[in-house]
Design a protein around this ligand. Structure first.
Ligand code: FES
Ligand SMILES: [Fe+2]
Length: 444
């Protein structure tokens, strides 16, 4: 049988349908490709949405990342000094030349964040240098956190570098002496029958609240005079962690909380729209003036709890100075010298930011904010955290370059700054370490 004379082929040939089949095939291929493209787009969109909702934001800026861009353009250092130097070297030069003023003591007394809880898994030890000290922070397998001096009293090894957690003890990597987390006493020396009674390492008071590990620092070695407490919604998981930001700031620690009492700076620094970014050289450009942040605030010490102060703040993001787009009311609780709980009420619900400031060096602060909220607000929380990051970068540009004026020239409306300085002075004591120029001007 001649295959070409079969009904099918003849019929197709007769009806001249071959081009039509080709069209359909092409169309199917196109539709197929289009479907794949659609699927890919939908998947990408879903991935983006889940990224925004489920993956917490982590916005990290090092010292030279914020407030030093002008050094690359026109720093006032002169061309010869700028030539051949990278940004970090220029920052170091500017830090060296800075007149810091007559500063208060550099490390106040109180609770300071060393790590976030998630940074320290059970059975792990970490080295943290802060407050002029070196800490070995470790977590037992049972989950308990202890903080000991990092340097072993035997021959000075850093126990957080290569050391191991053994039960509730930290074992030094050099000669394997063991120290109890509970009180710092030496519990075992593997090559000696006797452990001297005086063999111990300094034990630092610590606590873990709201997923942050804190150490108690006191220049007179006094025991904690107050405690931090947990926020029930964070403890129960009702509010979910939505991300964090972290900055290294070249300033004295007191400058950072002082901003809460400096109400006038809100409209000075934070009034230009977020869209204008964080470089203060450009934020007041006319281009961005169609939208503004309007602030009003009041700061006062807490009359009942001496180590606390409160700031009440109202914020509106307005278009053409008339149409409010975002309205926020803030209740900001400063607890001690280095920890702040910031509750933001919005029309969608409450967002909570936890701020910690840790002096890494006398004039180098690690500032971290973490945001918590109801899971439904995750996307909004991300936006708020990003906005807050831009706003604090504007503050950082000021902090990185300012001098400390012991007797500032204040007007009546600035009085809360004076009150804040008085309030903050409760965290200094007779032996609080003073600033030393040589100490500060080592490399960072
Ligand atoms: S230095 Fe730590 S055990 Fe010897
Ligand atoms: Fe500010």
């Amino acid at each position: 049988m001649d295959m070409n004379s079969s009904w099918g082929i003849d019929h197709i040939l007769d009806l001249d349908l071959l081009p039509c089949v080709a069209d359909i095939t092409n169309m199917l291929v196109t539709v197929h490709a289009f479907t794949w493209l659609q699927t890919l787009l939908v998947m990408t969109l879903l991935a983006l949405i889940s990224y925004c909702i489920f993956l917490p934001m982590n916005y990290v800026r090092d010292l030279s990342d914020v407030g030093y861009d002008h050094l690359l353009e026109d720093s006032g250092l002169g061309l010869a000094r700028r030539k051949g130097r990278n940004k970090s070297e220029l920052v170091r030069e500017v830090r060296r030349l800075r007149k810091v003023g007559k500063l208060p003591p550099v490390y106040p007394n109180g609770w300071f964040s060393l790590l976030d809880s998630t940074d320290l898994a059970p059975g792990n030890v970490k080295h943290v240098a802060a407050l002029g000290e070196n800490f070995a922070v470790f977590r037992t397998l049972a989950g308990v956190v202890h903080i000991l001096d990092a340097y072993c009293p035997h021959l000075g090894a850093n126990m957080a570098v290569g050391g191991a957690v053994r039960g509730d003890c930290l074992e030094c990597p050099f000669h394997l002496w063991r120290f109890k987390g509970e009180d710092g006493m030496c519990s075992a020396i593997p090559y000696s029958d006797k452990v001297p009674d005086f063999a111990r390492v300094k034990k630092w008071p610590s606590c873990e609240e709201n997923n942050i590990i804190f150490v108690w620092y006191h220049a007179e070695e006094e025991k904690p005079s107050w405690r931090l407490t947990s926020i029930p919604q964070i403890q129960t998981g009702q509010w979910r962690y939505g991300g964090r930001n972290e900055f290294i700031v070249n300033s004295h620690i007191q400058d950072i909380p002082e901003n809460a009492a400096d109400v006038a700076h809100l409209n000075g620094v934070h009034s230009p729209s977020l869209l204008a970014g964080s470089d203060l050289r450009y934020t007041r450009r006319l281009l961005y003036s169609f939208a503004r942040h309007i602030w009003s605030a009041k700061w006062q010490p807490n009359p009942d709890v001496r180590h606390q102060s409160t700031m009440h703040m109202h914020h509106e993001f307005r278009l053409f100075n008339k149409i409010p787009i975002i309205v926020l009311d803030g209740h900001i609780k400063q607890i001690g010298p280095a920890y702040v709980e910031l509750y933001l009420s919005t029309s969608f619900g409450t967002l909570t930011l936890l701020q910690t400031v840790t002096p890494v060096e006398p004039l180098l602060q690690r500032v971290v904010h973490r945001i918590y909220c109801h899971p439904f607000l995750s996307l909004f929380a991300r936006f708020i955290l990003y906005g807050e990051s831009i706003m604090i970068e504007r503050d950082i540009m000021i902090w990185n370059h300012k001098t400390y004026i012991e007797k500032p020239l204040l007007v009546k409306e600035d009085q809360s700054i004076r009150r804040h300085r008085h309030w903050f002075s409760q965290f200094y004591s007779e032996n609080s370490p003073q600033f030393s120029f040589q100490q500060e001007n080592t490399d960072w």
